[in-house]
Design a protein around this ligand. Structure first.
Ligand SMILES: Cc1cc2nc3c(=O)[nH]c(=O)nc-3n(C[C@H](O)[C@H](O)[C@H](O)COP(=O)(O)OP(=O)(O)OC[C@H]3O[C@@H](n4cnc5c(N)ncnc54)[C@H](O)[C@@H]3O)c2cc1C
Length: 429
């Protein structure tokens, strides 16, 4: 491995590692990016089947200023969603419920008691001291009551984390809402005072989200070592002496900085010989399994982005995205494409059950599954107390100047969060 002075090692070529390496090279830094797999992208991949665009992992991402800036620099054609994308639904008790402040009060998702409980929020008190972390469930109950928690918050959080609101940390998963209630007490009053806008716009790219991966990869192709893993590292005069295995070959080099952007369980393996305590903490980060099912149907006039299902309803799915309804170019004309999410492995689910369920919920006809992908460790679950892990990581980074740990279990799970964290890390001294 040829190394220049001030070489920087980035470990992991998911969206975090790729965008980080891209920005570092833009500053003229000499970077090596090692990726354990034969291709870059991590959980992001796009391919085509029967004329449908199949996006595995994220099917869209938030249109943040940084992602728009990257798309611009990399000449990507952004696909903007139809207006349907701003309409969100909850499917409960065999009925589709539109979610908006008005429909929550006037609609039938919540009982009269459930609707009255929503007003608890207005009486919640502000607090000055940073409170102890709490679960999303406990926060939701205090502000909006149990029914709204079960029928509204739990499905929405299930749609992002595929996780359990009783365990997920308010401090980590919904930090902005926590901050607003700390300042204003009531979330609703806080939203008004701080002029918080709802629904952030989502985007995709012509050719799928993987275009972002390919464009970043193309820019730094010569720096990427595929099928390569860090075997060991130790401090030396330059910074860190690192041994990397690529296929049968082992190479050793010195790096002034190392950025780890791998999942928590992979980082646990790498740093085990150096810091057993942090390694144990990293192994405690749970990952929720998710299976994505790509179901096609005859052209269906389904309104909205898709729907989420309250876990308490006991249906076999977390929700579904009406992909061709929001990005029509992703399906051949005359056809619809839905992505259904479940919390279990592909084997445990019957395609027929999901097809019937989707048909019942949306009225879609001739529904059939054309592809599925199971992620046994899909989404990291920041449970209450996740902040402890941050303390261990900060301590480790202080003891090892030049090492930074990034990735979705630290920086936030959305593609936008990963890209933002990579940008700040690349531009930090
Ligand atoms: C099913 C699913 C649906 C999602 N939907 C959305 C969505 O709609 N919108 C959204 O914004 N986000 C979504 N996300 C979340 C988002 O896609 C991820 O959080 C994000 O892509 C993670 O990027 P990353 O680079 O941090 O990690 P990863 O993508 O996990 O990349 C880590 C990389 O490190 C490599 N690696 C692992 N171990 C080693 C090692 N020892 N040495 C070298 N390399 C190693 C891996 O091979 C991988 O390439 C979804 C995720 C999943 C799984």
């Amino acid at each position: 491995m040829e190394l220049k002075d001030e070489s920087i090692l980035v470990v992991g070529a998911g969206i975090t590692g790729l965008s980080l390496a891209y920005w570092l090279t833009q500053q003229g830094k000499h970077v090596i990016l090692v990726e354990a797999a034969a291709q870059a992208g991590g959980v992001m991949a796009t391919h085509y089947k029967e004329g449908f665009e199949i996006n595995e992992g994220p099917v869209s991402c938030a249109s943040t200023p940084l992602i728009e800036q990257l798309a611009n620099e990399l000449n990507l054609t952004v696909e903007y969603p139809t207006t349907a994308s701003s309409k969100r639904f909850i499917y409960s008790q065999n009925k589709m419920h539109h979610v908006s402040p008005l429909t929550l009060l006037a609609g039938s998702l919540l009982s009269v008691r459930g609707k009255i409980a929503l007003f608890r929020d207005l009486f919640c008190k502000a607090y000055n001291e940073p409170q102890q972390d709490e679960s999303i469930a406990s926060f939701a109950r205090r502000h909006f009551g149990e029914e709204a928690h079960q029928k509204l918050l739990a499905p929405v959080i299930g749609g992002i984390y595929a996780g359990d609101t009783e365990k997920l940390s308010m401090q980590y998963c919904l930090p902005k809402l926590r901050e607003i209630t700390r300042k204003h007490g009531s979330l609703l009053k806080g939203f008004r005072k701080e002029d918080v806008k709802g629904n952030r716009k989502i985007i995709s790219f012509e050719g799928g989200l993987v275009r972002l991966i390919h464009a970043l990869e193309q820019n730094i192709k010569q720096l990427i070592r595929y099928n390569a893993k860090v075997i060991s590292f130790s401090k030396d005069d330059q910074g860190y002496r690192v041994t990397i295995r690529q296929g049968e070959h082992h190479t050793t080099g010195s790096f002034s900085k190392i950025y780890f952007t791998v999942p928590a369980y992979a980082l646990a393996d790498i740093i085990k010989p150096v810091n057993e305590t942090l390694s144990q903490q990293l192994l405690k980060v749970n990952y929720a399994p998710v299976t994505q099912w790509y179901l096609t149907a005859d052209k269906t006039q389904v309104d909205g982005f898709g729907f989420l299902v309250p876990p308490a309803d006991g249906l076999p799915l977390l929700g579904a995205i009406n992909l061709s309804g929001i990005f029509p170019a992703k399906a051949p004309s005359g056809k619809s494409l839905f992505v259904v999410f479940t919390n279990s492995s592909a084997q445990a689910q019957s395609e027929k059950i999901l097809a019937d369920e989707l048909s019942r919920a949306t009225g879609a006809r001739q529904v059939r599954c054309i592809h599925s992908r199971t992620w046994p460790r899909a989404i990291p679950q920041p449970h209450v107390g996740h902040a402890n892990l941050f303390k261990h990581i900060s301590h480790f980074e202080e003891q090892h100047p030049g090492i930074r740990c990034l990735g979705n279990f630290i920086s936030g799970v959305s593609v936008g969060d990963c890209v933002a964290a990579a940008y700040w890390a690349a531009h930090q001294k």
